[in-house]
Design a protein around this ligand. Structure first.
Ligand code: GP9
Ligand code: MN
Length: 628
C-alpha cells in the first residue's frame, strides 16, 4: 500500500501521536472538564504527552521490530483500556476512577450494573489509536526496522520526555499552586496532569497508604488508647443532653476568622448579625476557638468535626485515607435514628468528598447537581450563599426528622470576589486587594447567615433545631501581614499570627436561655465531643482527642496542626514561648511540657490514620480488638 520506505521509528511516532490526539479529543467530548483560559487549554492538550513519550518510548530498548510492535500494541491497548474505563465510569458517576473505588466492595453492585448499561457499539472509537497502530504495522514499510537505537539517541529521547513532563508540571504549578501536595480535586489533577499521570499519582498515594496500613498491628493502638483514656474528662453535667432529639444543623463558614466579629472597618460594621448573636440569650459564642487545619483546608475542618482526630501533616486525609474505618459524628447520630446529609454546591469530587462521605457514613451528599443556579446567582466559586441557604432549607423540609444536615458555604472564599449588588460595605484601603475584598465577602456571609435563620423560621424548622456554626480556616494568610498590621494597628508577630488563627464557633439552641460569651480556649477537635454531649450522645468509649468545651474539668490547651499551640498561660509559635495576654517572650522551658504533649498527641493521631487503627477497635464498647 505505502510504496515508499518510512523512517525507522515511524511506528512509535504514529502510536504516540494517535493516542495523544485521541486522548485530547476524548477529554473534550466525553468528560465535562471546565476550561477558563487558554493556558488551561494548552495544559490539557499537552498533558497526555509526557507519559506517552515515556511509556511508549520504552519500546526503544527492544531489539527486533516484531517485539517493538508487540510492545506498542500492548501499550496502546493498555492506555485505551484505562481511558475507556474512565469514560464508562464517568458516564455513570461523573467522576474519574480512583483506586479505592475498585476495592470498596460495596461499590461493586453499582459498578457492574451501571457499566453494562453504559457501553455502546460506537465506543470502538475509543480504540481508534490501537486500530491505527495495527494498520500501520501491517502496511507501512520501514527502512532497516531492526536497527537498534543507540544509547545516545535513547538518552536524548528520554531527556526530551522528561523536559515535556517538567514543562507540564511547571505550567500546572503556575495554574494551580500546590496541586500535588494538596491534591484537592480529581478533576483538577486530570486536567493538569493528564489522565495517565493522574493514575500513576493515584497509584502512588494509595499504595503508600496501603503499605503503612499493612504493617500496622492492633497492638499499635494500645498506647494511643492509654493516652486518650488517661486524659479523658467527663462532659458538662449542666449542658449534656440539652438538645437531645433536636435536628442538628451545622454550618461551615468559609474562610471566616474571628477578627471581624464585634469589630469595625473604617467605621463600618462587618458582621452585624453575628455580632447580635454574640449577645443573644440562646447563643453561646466562643471567641477563643482556633482552627486546626492543614493542607486539606475545608476538608480538614470537616475531618476534625466528624472524627475529633487531627488531620494529616502532609496532604489531605480526605484524599489519602478515604478508605479507612472511622467513627464519625454522622455515624453516631445515624445510629440514634438521625438521617444525615451534607449540602454543598460544588462538584462532588472536590476534596474527594464523594468517597470520603461513604467512609464517614453520611447518608446523603447533596452536591452541585442537587442545586439550581439561576442567572446571576453564581459568583467566584459558584452558587452564592444566600440562594444556597434558601435551597438547603427547602431540602431540609423534605428530610426525615430528626436530621443532621451540614451546610458548607462558598462565597467567602479566596479571591473574595462579589457582584456589585452584593457589596454591602466598602472595601478596605490597604495594599492587599485580598484583605480589602475580604471584609466585603465576610459582610455578605453575615447577611447569608441571617437569611438562613429567617428561612428556618419561615419553614417551621427553627424551634426544633440546634444551629452550630464554625469558621473552617483562615481566609487571610501570612502573605498579607503588612495589610493586616495596618488594619489591626499593630505588628503581626508570630504571637499575633497564632492569635489570628481564631475562628468563630457558635452554638445556638432556640429557647434554651443558655447564651453568653464563653472564653474557653478550644479548637475544632473539640466540636465532636461538645456537640454530641449536647445531643445527649455518650462518647466516653470513643477514641477522640477533643473534649466537651463546656466541661468544668477541661484543661485549656489547643494544638495547631503545625505544632504551634495556645494554653491559658502560653502561646508557642515559631519556636518562641510567649506569655498569653501580655505577648511577652518568656523562657522556652515554660512551654517545654506542652511542646512534648503537642507532638505526642499529633503523632498518635497520625498513627491512627496511617495504620487505619480504628479497625482494631470496637465502636460499641470501646474495647480493643485482636488483629485481622
Ligand atoms: C470546596 C470548598 C473550598 O468545595 O470547600 O475548599 P477550600 O479551598 O476552602 O479548602
Ligand atoms: Mn474552606
Amino acid at each position: 500500500m505505502f510504496k515508499k520506505e518510512w523512517p525507522k521509528h515511524s511506528i512509535l511516532a504514529i502510536a504516540i501521536v494517535a493516542t495523544w490526539f485521541k486522548t485530547y479529543t476524548i477529554y473534550k467530548t466525553s468528560f465535562s472538564i471546565p476550561i477558563d483560559n487558554p493556558l488551561q487549554e494548552l495544559i490539557l492538550f499537552l498533558s497526555p504527552l509526557s507519559l506517552l513519550l515515556f511509556f511508549y518510548g520504552l519500546s526503544l530498548f527492544l531489539k527486533s521490530a516484531k517485539n517493538k510492535n508487540l510492545y506498542l500494541f500492548i501499550a496502546t491497548l493498555l492506555t485505551s483500556v484505562v481511558l475507556y474505563a474512565n469514560v464508562v465510569f464517568y458516564r455513570f458517576f461523573t467522576d474519574f476512577i480512583t483506586l479505592p473505588v475498585l476495592f470498596q466492595t460495596d461499590n461493586f453492585g453499582d459498578l457492574g450494573a451501571s457499566t453494562a448499561a453504559s457501553i455502546y457499539i460506537t465506543d470502538v472509537f475509543y480504540f481508534v489509536d490501537v486500530i491505527a497502530l495495527v494498520l500501520a504495522i501491517k502496511f507501512i514499510r520501514i527502512n532497516s526496522p531492526d536497527t537498534e537505537s543507540s544509547v545516545v539517541q535513547r538518552k536524548v529521547y528520554f531527556i526530551l520526555s522528561a523536559a515535556v513532563l517538567f514543562l507540564n508540571l511547571g505550567l500546572a504549578e503556575t495554574e494551580r499552586p500546590q496541586l500535588l501536595t494538596r491534591s484537592f480535586d480529581r478533576e483538577m489533577l486530570v486536567k493538569n496532569l493528564g489522565m495517565y499521570n493522574y493514575h500513576l499519582y493515584d497509584l502512588f498515594i494509595q499504595s503508600r497508604s496501603q503499605v503503612q496500613r499493612t504493617f500496622a498491628e492492633s497492638s499499635d493502638l494500645v498506647e494511643v488508647n492509654n493516652y486518650i483514656r488517661s486524659n479523658q474528662i467527663a462532659p458538662s453535667a449542666e449542658m449534656s443532653g440539652i438538645a437531645e432529639g433536636k435536628n442538628l444543623i451545622i454550618v461551615a463558614l468559609e474562610s471566616m476568622q474571628s477578627f471581624p466579629i464585634n469589630n469595625e472597618m473604617n467605621g463600618q460594621t462587618i458582621t452585624p448579625f453575628l455580632n447580635e448573636l454574640t449577645e443573644d440569650e440562646d447563643t453561646i459564642y466562643f471567641p477563643n476557638f482556633y482552627h486546626q487545619t492543614g493542607l486539606g483546608k475545608t476538608s480538614d475542618s470537616e475531618f476534625l468535626l466528624e472524627t475529633s482526630l487531627y488531620p494529616r501533616s502532609g496532604g489531605a486525609v480526605f484524599f489519602t485515607h478515604s478508605g479507612n474505618t472511622f467513627n464519625s459524628m454522622a455515624e453516631k447520630l445515624g445510629s440514634k435514628g438521625y438521617s444525615t446529609s451534607v449540602q454543598h454546591a460544588n462538584t462532588k469530587s472536590f476534596w474527594n468528598r464523594d468517597m470520603m462521605y461513604d467512609s464517614l457514613s453520611i447518608d446523603e451528599f447533596l452536591d452541585l447537581d442537587s442545586f439550581t443556579v439561576e442567572k446571576g446567582q453564581a459568583v467566584n466559586w459558584g452558587l452564592k450563599d444566600i440562594p444556597f441557604f434558601e435551597q438547603s432549607v427547602a431540602n431540609m423540609t423534605e428530610m426525615q426528622e430528626p436530621f443532621y444536615s451540614r451546610l458548607i458555604t462558598l462565597t467567602n472564599h479566596y479571591p473574595f470576589t462579589l457582584d456589585e449588588e452584593d457589596k454591602m460595605i466598602d472595601a478596605f484601603d490597604s495594599n492587599s486587594g485580598t484583605l480589602n475584598r475580604y471584609f466585603q465577602t465576610v459582610r455578605y456571609l453575615d447577611e447569608a447567615v441571617k437569611s438562613l435563620f429567617e428561612e428556618l423560621k419561615e419553614n417551621g424548622l427553627y424551634e426544633n433545631s440546634v444551629i452550630v456554626m464554625y469558621g473552617d480556616h483562615y481566609g487571610i494568610s501570612e502573605n498579607h501581614n503588612e495589610a493586616m498590621a495596618q488594619y489591626m494597628g499593630k505588628e503581626i508577630t508570630p504571637y499575633e499570627s497564632a492569635k489570628l488563627q481564631r475562628v468563630p464557633f457558635f452554638v445556638h439552641i432556640p429557647g434554651s436561655g443558655k447564651g453568653g460569651i464563653n472564653e474557653e480556649i478550644g479548637g475544632q477537635i473539640d466540636m465532636r465531643p461538645t456537640i454530641l454531649s449536647l445531643m445527649g450522645i455518650d462518647t466516653s468509649t470513643d477514641l477522640q482527642f477533643g473534649d466537651d468545651l463546656f466541661s468544668e474539668e477541661r484543661e485549656e490547651f489547643v494544638i495547631f496542626r503545625d505544632g504551634r499551640f495556645v494554653t491559658d498561660q502560653y502561646v508557642f509559635a515559631e519556636n518562641i514561648c510567649y506569655e498569653n495576654g501580655t505577648a511577652e517572650e518568656v523562657d522556652k522551658q515554660l512551654c517545654a511540657p506542652y511542646i512534648e504533649q503537642a507532638l505526642t498527641e499529633l503523632q498518635y493521631s497520625e498513627s491512627i490514620i496511617a495504620g487505619d487503627l480504628l479497625r482494631f477497635y470496637d465502636k460499641e464498647n470501646g474495647e480493643l480488638l485482636p488483629g485481622d
